[in-house]
Design a protein around this ligand. Structure first.
Ligand SMILES: *Cc1c(COP(=O)(O)O)cnc(C)c1O
Length: 483
């Protein structure tokens, strides 16, 4: 059921709060799993992050604003290269972590990613341009995407490297058309293209469940069951300009359950084995993609990363043993987390404009309008994502009131937070903070209704700075051609 389908909202709305949302003991409580690590309330009840209170942030930078805790982002990135990698180091194959830039990317964040020792996963020429401006090392960039243009492939192969030479570290191939295209470009440029083959393994994973089928009805990759993946490998090997590094699989997003990854790894390593048998080639790399889930509300309890990685490493070890590989032949594993690094590092700060009581069949719901909406966070409207929020400029004094936080756009589906309890004394001018908005919010933002997009602020050690500035009315008009 989708929020924009007629009736869906009503079926959900008139029955009162959803089952997962408990009536809060304390309407001002902050659930630590939802917020950047440094978030707290000061003695006046104001929300603080990295030692800064949000009232000052709103005064200095305006609302709405995305507020990103730099230390939190870096710590999450680092925990992938240390904690997540540990079981793979023990296994002897090691692990590379590529931050999925599509979740959120800007020049400064690309530099943080490089500093913390991660690679960068891009999927367009635009994302590659950010990497280049940040001076991101080419050999640590991966590029995927199901329809990379000639210009994008050429840009990837010509990406300047610091120590001389050119090209990104890996290009993930997604179609037979692309195999021919990249071979031609590499030939023309006189370079060798390091490539991986994206395999669709017939696993679709969401949060708590996964579905394993033989076939996948989707646009990405080469089907394993249909034999296309094996044919793609053979086609790549026919081109001397292409250097086949390994196989790549990505099964979904916001996943809590390691079982889907395990089936994907098992099937991908199955092809790895077939490549060895048929071509006498032991591919050195194996990419298991991203999709690690985070908590958006109290209903979500993602597993610890260490547990997830141990399970994955065990699967890789078991499947490689079954293939008869010696320890030194186990491919180096890579993963591509986006959301799990940037999502929880950020909250969106809004100002309340209106509070309106709407009668339901059972009780009332407060519709709280804020100064942003689906232009800065489309996930609720797009796929019924759940968020939570809290009053941020003070502690609320009133009892919890069932609320829906909505934006200022001309769509009834313009909802930021579907269901949350906010204090009954909430009033225009109060600030609201919505946690977990680091991933796929600024990245999917729009100028709908000609609303300028909010800035992205980084906070660290009591200081705030702008990573991406707020759009102005001049920006909104900049592309209109006159006369
Ligand atoms: C989207 C995507 C990712 C990142 O997914 P998250 O859910 O943000 O971790 C990684 N790899 C590929 C190929 C993707 O398309």
């Amino acid at each position: 059921m989708r929020a924009h389908e007629a009736g869906a909202l009503h079926a959900h709305g008139y029955g009162g709060p959803p089952q997962w949302l408990p009536y809060p003991r304390d309407v001002n409580e902050l659930l630590p799993q939802l917020w950047p690590a440094s978030t707290d309330r000061d003695e006046q009840g104001r929300l603080t992050v990295a030692g800064l209170d949000v009232v000052s942030l709103a005064r200095d930078f305006g609302t709405p604003a995305y507020v990103m805790d730099e230390a939190d982002f870096r710590a999450r990135a680092r925990s992938f290269v240390t904690d997540f990698a540990a079981p793979f180091e023990e296994l002897g194959c090691g692990l590379d972590v590529y931050y999925a830039g599509k979740a959120f990317l800007c020049t400064q964040v690309a530099r943080w990613v490089a500093d913390e020792g991660l690679g960068l996963d891009v999927c367009t020429g635009g994302e590659l341009a950010v990497a280049q401006r940040a001076g991101f090392p080419g050999e640590r960039i991966g590029m995927h995407g199901n329809n990379k243009s000639m210009a994008e492939l050429e840009a990837a192969l010509s990406y300047p490297r610091a120590g001389g030479g050119t090209g990104v570290g890996r290009i993930v191939l997604d179609s037979f058309d692309e195999i021919e295209r990249i071979a031609a470009i590499a030939g023309r440029l006189g370079v060798s293209a390091p490539v991986m083959v994206r395999v669709t393994v017939g696993v679709e994973a969401h949060t708590h469940e996964y579905i394993a089928t033989a076939h996948e009805d989707q646009k990405f990759g080469f089907s394993l069951a249909g034999g296309h993946a094996a044919k793609a490998v053979a086609a790549v090997l026919e081109h001397p300009q292409l250097d086949l590094l390994g196989l790549h699989s990505h099964i979904g997003s916001q996943i809590f359950d390691a079982a889907g990854f395990e089936v994907a790894a098992q099937r991908t390593i199955g092809l790895h084995r077939e490549v060895r048998r048929r071509h006498g080639l032991t591919l050195p790399e194996l990419d298991l993609g991203g999709g690690f889930g985070i908590a958006y509300t109290s209903e979500h309890a993602p597993p610890a990363l260490a547990q997830m990685s141990r399970q994955l490493a065990e699967t890789v070890a078991r499947e490689c043993r079954a293939e008869g590989l010696e320890a030194a032949q186990i491919p180096r594993v890579s993963i591509e987390p986006g959301r799990a690094i940037v999502g929880p590092s950020t909250f969106t700060l809004y100002e309340v404009g209106t509070v309106k009581a709407v009668e339901l069949d059972r009780g009332t719901r407060a519709y709280v309008s804020v100064d942003g909406g689906m232009s800065d966070n489309v996930r609720t409207a797009l796929y019924e994502a759940d968020y939570s929020c809290t009053i941020a400029n003070r502690a609320g004094q009133g009892p919890p009131m069932l609320s829906r936080v909505v934006g200022k756009h001309c769509e009834s589906g313009d909802i930021v937070v579907m269901d949350e309890y906010l204090p009954a004394d909430l009033r225009p001018g109060d600030l609201i903070a919505v946690p977990g908005t680091g991933a796929y919010c600024r990245a999917l933002s729009s100028q709908y209704n000609h609303v300028p997009r909010p800035p992205v602020l980084a906070v660290r050690d009591g200081h705030a700075r702008v990573l991406v500035r707020r759009e102005s009315v001049a920006d909104l008009l900049a592309l209109d051609v006159e006369g």
